[in-house]
Design a protein around this ligand. Structure first.
Ligand code: DAH
Length: 343
């Protein structure tokens, strides 16, 4: 019996020593010390021993059990320490490693340009008005002195939804909408930025959807001089103090007289000399403008014998192209990070 116990102890010690992980060790604990384990078996066999032998063997078995328990406990802490070390090694982080740079976003060049335009007019006391992009034929054309079948409608090839509803081709309808919000010839000073739509091909200077800003001033005693002064100030603020403007007579049904306005080229400063931006002319067209046509005033409830006004409209992509020297309008819509990162 004593040699059996010694054998069992030795076998337990060997296998505990060889246990590779905590799971294996736990299996050994069950095998030797569990309810049906080998040490328990030995204790059961004690009933066959004589009365003198029993306490002696009992003591040896209990000692063996304690030894095995100690061995398991020691191995257990050894394996736990090893597992922790492995975990630490595999999850090691190098805190000296240089950090990854966050991609910082910024505003799109069109938004930057529009924000600047708004800033310039807000400081002159203008309000910002909005109108719908899905517009009625009445506001987009008729209220602007462009009755049905007017030939000037052809210059703005439109996306019609029904006969009376279309995607607005210009921001000018906000003129009529704003006038109708006011009563008793109340003065107006507003700009209206927004998207407009035309059935144009997508090329370096056209897009079926683009951005315009409309301007409208109505008050007593507004003259053509007010228009020139305002646009001259705007262009100097936008493109630099040395910028000059030039007016050419033009026709828009909602103004009389109407003009097209050019700015001196901010790239070559009006000198030409091989300039690719202004094609050597020294000038770039930037907007249409004029004195509000009396019919347009009357149709929206203003008395053209008491007040007068001026209006203008420009393309924001065009302004941004001139400001930043961009030669293709498609860049604004393509989301190419190489382009956008420059602003
Ligand atoms: N709406 C015109 C266009 O899209 C631009 C324009 C010209 C607006 C003259 C005006 C204006 O207010 O007076 O071509």
């Amino acid at each position: 019996m004593e040699s059996k116990i010694a054998e069992l102890k030795a076998a337990a010690a060997d296998s505990i020593k060889a246990a590779a992980d905590l799971k294996e060790l736990d299996n050994l604990r069950v095998k030797f010390l569990g309810k049906k384990g080998e040490v328990t078996n030995l204790l059961r066999g004690m009933s066959q021993l004589s009365a003198e032998e029993r306490p002696k063997i009992g003591k040896i078995v209990n000692e063996a059990r304690a030894d095995i328990e100690n061995l398991i406990a020691a191995k257990n802490s050894e394996l736990k320490a090893k597992a922790l070390q492995n975990k630490l090694a595999s999850e090691k982080i190098d805190v000296t490693l240089a950090g990854r740079k966050f991609q910082r976003g910024h505003l799109h060049p069109l938004t930057l340009t529009l924000n600047r335009i708004k800033e310039i007019f807000i400081q002159m006391g203008y309000s910002i008005e909005e109108g719908p992009e899905v517009e009625t034929d009445y506001y987009n054309f008729e209220a602007l002195n462009l009755p049905k079948n007017h030939p000037a409608r052809d210059t703005q090839d439109s996306f019609y939804i029904t006969e009376e509803i279309l995607l607005r081709t210009q921001t000018s309808p906000v003129q009529a909408r704003t006038m109708q919000k006011h009563k008793d010839n109340a003065p107006i000073r507003m700009i209206s930025p927004g998207r407009v739509y035309r059935r144009d091909d997508f090329d370096s200077s056209h897009s079926p959807a683009f951005t315009q800003v409309e301007g409208l001033v109505i008050d007593k005693g507004i003259t053509f001089g007010s228009l020139i002064g305002t646009l001259d100030f705007f262009c100097k603020q936008m493109f630099g103090e040395s910028t000059k403007i030039r007016l050419r007579p033009s026709f828009f049904p909602f103004v009389e007289p109407g003009v097209e306005v050019d700015v001196s080229c901010p790239i070559c400063h009006g000198n030409g000399g091989g300039c690719k931006v202004c094609h050597d002319s020294g000038w770039l067209e930037i907007l249409g403008a004029g004195e509000v046509h009396p019919k347009v005033l009357e149709m929206s409830g203003y008395d053209s014998s008491k007040v007068s006004g001026f209006a203008w409209g420009c393309g924001v992509e065009r302004i941004a192209m001139i400001k930043y020297g961009i030669d293709d309008l498609r860049y604004f819509f393509e989301n190419d990070m190489r382009f956008l990162n420059q602003f």
